[in-house]
Design a protein around this ligand. Structure first.
Ligand SMILES: NC(=O)c1ccc[n+]([C@@H]2O[C@H](COP(=O)([O-])OP(=O)(O)OC[C@H]3O[C@@H](n4cnc5c(N)ncnc54)[C@H](O)[C@@H]3O)[C@@H](O)[C@H]2O)c1
Length: 114
């Protein structure tokens, strides 16, 4: 496989499962160093463990993308571990609750929008 991301560093938010996990694995397979963010550290760490077992470089960070302090921690991890941040896959998110927007309570709305 071509290593089109060799020497590049990526942050994947919500990288502990689903689409984020698949993208983190694909980026690492293409040579990138990947910082895997997820609300659940154990999920992020499990993805990191898969990449390391395959010979790649990854770092897991726990964090809520709705919290600027956690987002900065992910960017800082990229810069301190690998020297730069070249690519961000801003994937973390939740499905919208079923029903009309007008029926969503304000806390649910805030959670959805962050
Ligand atoms: N799968 C689909 O069909 C589909 C369709 C449209 C949009 N999406 C969007 O694509 C993204 C990924 O979807 P998926 O199906 O892989 O979801 P998923 O639930 O499998 O994975 C989402 C991951 O993001 C993490 N996460 C959730 N909120 C977070 C937060 N605030 N901070 C950090 N991590 C957080 C979760 O812990 C989880 O590991 C989501 O934003 C989803 O809304 C998915």
């Amino acid at each position: 496989m071509d290593e089109q991301f060799a020497g590049k560093t990526a942050v994947v938010t919500g990288g502990g499962s689903g689409i984020g996990e698949a993208v983190a694995l694909a980026l690492a397979a293409e040579g990138a160093s990947v910082v895997v963010n997820d609300l659940r550290l154990e999920s992020a760490q499990a993805v990191v463990d898969k990449i390391i077992a395959a010979g790649g470089k990854e770092t897991a960070v726990a964090g809520d993308v709705g919290n600027p302090v956690d987002v900065k921690a992910a960017v800082d991890a990229a810069v301190s571990e690998y020297g730069a941040l070249n690519l961000a896959f801003n994937n973390a998110g939740i499905a919208s609750p079923n029903g009309l927007l007008a029926d969503i309570d304000i806390e649910g709305y805030r959670r959805l929008m962050t």
